[in-house]
Write a protein that binds this ligand. Structure first.
Ligand SMILES: *[C@@H]1O[C@H](CO)[C@@H](O)[C@H](O)[C@H]1NC(C)=O
Ligand SMILES: *[C@@H]1O[C@H](CO)[C@@H](O)[C@H](O)[C@H]1NC(C)=O
Ligand SMILES: *[C@@H]1O[C@H](CO)[C@@H](O)[C@H](O)[C@H]1NC(C)=O
Ligand SMILES: *[C@@H]1O[C@H](CO)[C@@H](O)[C@H](O)[C@H]1NC(C)=O
Ligand SMILES: *[C@@H]1O[C@H](CO)[C@@H](O)[C@H](O)[C@H]1NC(C)=O
Ligand SMILES: *[C@@H]1O[C@H](CO)[C@@H](O)[C@H](O)[C@H]1NC(C)=O
Ligand SMILES: *[C@@H]1O[C@H](CO)[C@@H](O)[C@H](O)[C@H]1NC(C)=O
Length: 630
């Protein structure tokens, strides 16, 4: 990555240009997205809402390429295979007496093959419904502890085997936000008061063990008030907690109808050697694996100084802390069974076990990320949503890809490789500047859905043509969804050439070498373009930067000219045309030793018939240039 902008001299129009040109991304290349994929590119399907939706929630539809979206007083069923078959219904279906007029959807789950479970704020008296997914009937369900009172309040919930686990507060006043088993056949169980300190729930997940169902667990991830109240301590810390699915609560006298298997531990994400931690968990994605011991937790944290870090944990490690750590504030003999152990009938647990579970739910050990020394990724971006995909291609190594939504409506597609990030691309999903309200991945179809207040966009993660049409460009992309096969960059398959780990280009030599390829974004006719630049006028040449990890430069008469950068182009500005400045200009990009001619111009003083007056030409230059920069 070339850094540093050449200053242009403060004369005439250039002063104006300079103001635009001083835009520079100074971060090092590890954190610079390699390519920028604009909203006008390939691989998007758009559904525009009939009117703006302030809050939206996503749920995968029954069929591939379909999505349920909860909005304001509306439920959408969007069909991206055939947009005109999308439907909208009012929500709630039947307006109840005392209805307040505004109903933001707050909970949207699939219950079984034919039913959805949906809640909405209905003013501030939430309502929940079990409704058929053909949307012709609905039945009211008590919303207590399930639906938050406003759509801005986070209260994750989860259906597991017909049981609903939820985290909302019970009453509008007060902060009794608890993890509860709030609906279903099994006994309703909630949390003991002392188990938490003003939690902000971020996520909830279920981890099943095929060979050991007794130990199936529910994990919640949350922020909590820091028990260390010293002035230099962050007032918030982040935690993970466990409960067993089989937990039925304690005996009549201790922990009656309250979790007996609840344990919590601190999630560490930071640089331990410098005692610096990112304490505020913002988002969590759990990447489930066939064998639960391989499942991973991706946490997005922020620091008190608003920096973002991403840490990756192993569920096995979390489980190990809960089964082996000392208990905070307890030095006596640990009773048997150890508190937190899943037992068939928790109501018959002995008093000493229950009492300890009630008084000492906190582990002394912290949960450390897989790589303890430093976060997986640090950024000054504010990542607001995260999804993670395991990309498995036959005959190729599998790789994890993080999809991170920034607070300004962009998506970073990030390869996780050798415990380090590589930002494959920055995707611009919206044509208008918008915030991302909701994001969900369909890992089976490799489609990512992102929604703003105005639209929902389906993004094809396997849209590989965008990297260019040469083997080298395909390999340099390091995108595990893509590979070089049949002379094009396409969805990866068994026989495709892929070098995701290192982008090693030597594998391209086995393939008939193509000449130098122009970038796809450049119009092929631009090549060898003859341009008229009258004497004494200013002029500029622009070269699209298809890779921000490449170094670009212009070449003219054996002279190498460094770039002046705009957002997406390497520019060469000529203050004033003089006779020695005519001739051929070539722009080269070099990345990992691979040099590519991107574009080529020949500047000439005039051409008889098409010559415009120099004034018009000059104006055109400025307008074009401003268009490029803005
Ligand atoms: C939906 O649009 C497609 C073309 O995009 C068209 O072939 C089809 O007939 C339309 N269906 C309906 C129900 O309008
Ligand atoms: C709802 O629709 C389904 C299938 O279209 C039908 O079987 C069912 O009887 C309908 N229920 C009501 C209450 O209309
Ligand atoms: C899961 O993986 C662990 C360790 O890799 C192994 O001991 C265990 O047998 C595996 N379980 C199953 C159900 O495959
Ligand atoms: C952090 O950044 C967000 C988004 O820009 C802003 O709303 C918030 O106030 C900032 N917080 C601090 C402590 O600077
Ligand atoms: C728990 O109960 C199930 C069925 O009720 C039984 O199969 C299992 O062996 C029991 N496990 C223990 C550890 O008692
Ligand atoms: C984008 O902005 C234009 C102009 O302001 C507006 O007409 C259009 O509806 C917007 N589209 C979306 C999807 O927001
Ligand atoms: C460029 O350099 C080569 C060899 O160094 C020389 O032969 C050639 O004349 C030079 N071209 C120009 C336009 O200066």
């Amino acid at each position: 990555m070339v850094t540093g902008v050449k200053m242009c001299s403060p004369i005439r129009t250039e002063l104006l240009l300079c103001l635009f040109l001083l835009f520079l991304d100074a971060l090092d290349s590890k954190y610079t997205p390699r390519v920028i994929l604009p909203a006008t590119g390939e691989g998007y399907v758009r559904y525009e809402f009939p009117g703006p939706q302030e809050h939206i929630l996503f749920l995968h539809g029954q069929e591939k390429g379909t999505l349920y979206v909860g909005g304001q007083n509306k439920l959408f069923n969007i069909n991206f295979n055939s947009l005109n078959q999308s439907t909208v219904i009012p929500f709630p279906l039947e307006v109840a007496t005392g209805y307040k007029g505004r109903c933001d959807v707050t909970v949207l789950h699939r219950y079984d093959d034919s039913h959805l479970f949906v809640c909405g704020t209905d003013g501030e008296t939430p309502q929940c419904y079990m409704m058929t997914d053909t949307w012709n009937s609905s039945e009211k369900v008590s919303p207590a502890g399930i639906s938050p009172f406003s759509a801005t309040e986070k209260a994750p919930s989860l259906f597991v085997e017909g049981e609903l686990y939820s985290t909302s507060r019970l009453y509008k006043e007060g902060n009794g936000k608890d993890l509860r088993r709030s609906w279903g056949e099994k006994k309703k169980v909630w949390m003991h008061d002392k188990s938490r300190k003003d939690p902000k729930y971020i996520a909830i997940t279920s981890v099943s063990r095929k060979d050991d169902p007794l130990n199936d667990k529910i994990y919640t991830f949350f922020q909590e008030k820091n028990p260390d109240t010293s002035p230099d301590a962050d007032p918030w810390i982040s935690r993970v907690a466990q409960v067993c699915k089989v937990d039925q609560g304690g005996s009549r006298s201790i922990l009656h109808s309250m979790w007996t298997s609840f344990l919590k531990a601190r999630l560490a994400c930071g640089v331990p050697s410098e005692n610096f931690f990112y304490n505020r968990l913002q988002e969590v994605y759990v990447l489930h694996a066939e064998n639960w011991t391989d499942s991973r937790v991706y946490g997005v944290f922020s620091s008190a100084w608003n920096m973002t870090a991403i840490c990756i944990y192993s569920i096995k490690e979390i489980d190990s802390v809960f089964t082996h750590s000392q208990f905070q504030g307890y030095s006596g003999v640990i009773p048997n069974p150890r508190p937190g152990t899943c037992v068939n009938n928790s109501q018959t647990l002995k008093d000493n076990v229950l009492k300890m579970a009630k008084d000492h739910p906190e582990m002394s050990d912290w949960i450390q990320p897989i790589v303890k020394a430093a976060p997986f990724m640090i950024s000054d971006r504010h990542y607001r949503k995260i999804q993670v995909d395991r990309v498995t291609v036959p005959c190729q190594k599998s790789h994890n890809v993080l999809l991170l939504a920034t607070d300004n409506g962009l998506i970073h597609k990030v390869l996780e490789v050798n415990h380090s990030p590589f930002i494959i691309a920055e995707i611009h999903p919206f044509k208008n500047k918008s915030h991302i309200q909701s994001m969900i991945l369909d890992s089976t179809t490799k489609k990512l859905y992102v929604g703003s207040n105005y639209e929902v966009v389906e993004i094809d993660l396997q849209s590989c043509e965008q990297y260019g049409d040469g083997c080298e460009q395909c390999i340099l992309s390091r995108d595990p969804y893509c590979g070089w096969s049949n002379n094009k960059c396409a969805k990866a398959e068994c026989a495709a050439v892929q070098q995701v780990e290192d982008g090693d280009l030597s594998h391209c030599t086995q393939i008939p070498k193509y000449k130098h390829y122009l970038s796809q974004r450049g119009n092929p006719q631009d090549r060898q373009l003859k341009s008229i630049a009258p004497l004494s006028t200013p002029y500029f040449l622009s070269c699209p930067m298809t890779s921000h990890h490449a170094s670009h430069s212009w070449h003219h008469n054996n002279r190498t000219i460094d770039c002046q950068f705009s957002k997406s182009d390497c520019l060469h500005l000529i203050e004033r045309m003089t006779p020695d400045l005519y001739g051929k200009y070539q722009c080269f990009a070099e990345e990992k030793g691979y040099q590519r001619l991107v574009t080529e111009y020949t500047l000439v003083p005039r051409s008889g018939t098409t010559a415009l007056s120099s004034k018009v030409q000059f104006l055109g230059t400025i307008i074009l240039l401003m268009g490029l920069i803005l």
